[in-house]
Design a protein around this ligand. Sequence first.
Ligand code: BG6
Ligand code: MG
Length: 220
Amino acid sequence: MIQAVIFDLDGVIVSTDECHYQAWKALADREGIPFSRQENHRLRGVSRMESLAIVLEKAKRSYTDDEKNNMAAYKNDLYVSLINELTPADLLPGAQSAVLGLRKMGIKTAIGSSSKNAPAILEHLEITTLFDAVADGNSIKRSKPAPDVFLLAAKMLNIPPEYCLVVEDAEAGVDAAINAGMMCLGLGAAQKHPRTILGAKDLSVLDLPAWVALRNTEIN
Ligand code: BG6
Ligand code: MG
């Protein structure tokens, strides 16, 4: 039985990839470090400081912890100025109707995101009230692929992990869902991940509420 669906935010509900890229790129240019859009893909689902460590892999020198904290703050200031421009028009195709359809069926909905900016992004998209719980980078120590953010979401919803379905677009996120003992629907780059129960390009090409309803009938 699927009793709850936990959505990753970046790449599932909204595409913030380009905002992350622009902000990391500005930092990398300032420091004279090569950084491409392809490398940006490696940062998906990964926490801010772990992302910085990946960006710094090509740096010519090592940096002190203070310098690293300053760099992360510089990137985040730029990123926040970009996400402040987000509006409901930036919701990814099919995302809002999937959440609304699930809620109508009595399925609990939550966000499970590594981002500390998740609450602000939800506000800009005007969808905060569509989720029964928001677990994000502010309340966990270990980010994906550790299961922590999804286990926290399940706990907030009071639903056992085995009754939760996660919707993810990043490899680290699919691994986090499986590590949490949950089922996972893979989108985009994660749609062919071998550990997903189902894969799709995005939420517009799949009727997620209908799929959940059918699966729950079959299990009964
Ligand atoms: C994830 C993104 O949702 O959040 C990552 O996929 C990002 O790319 C991570 O690094 C942390 O985000 P923030 O907003 O806390 O810097
Ligand atoms: Mg994602």
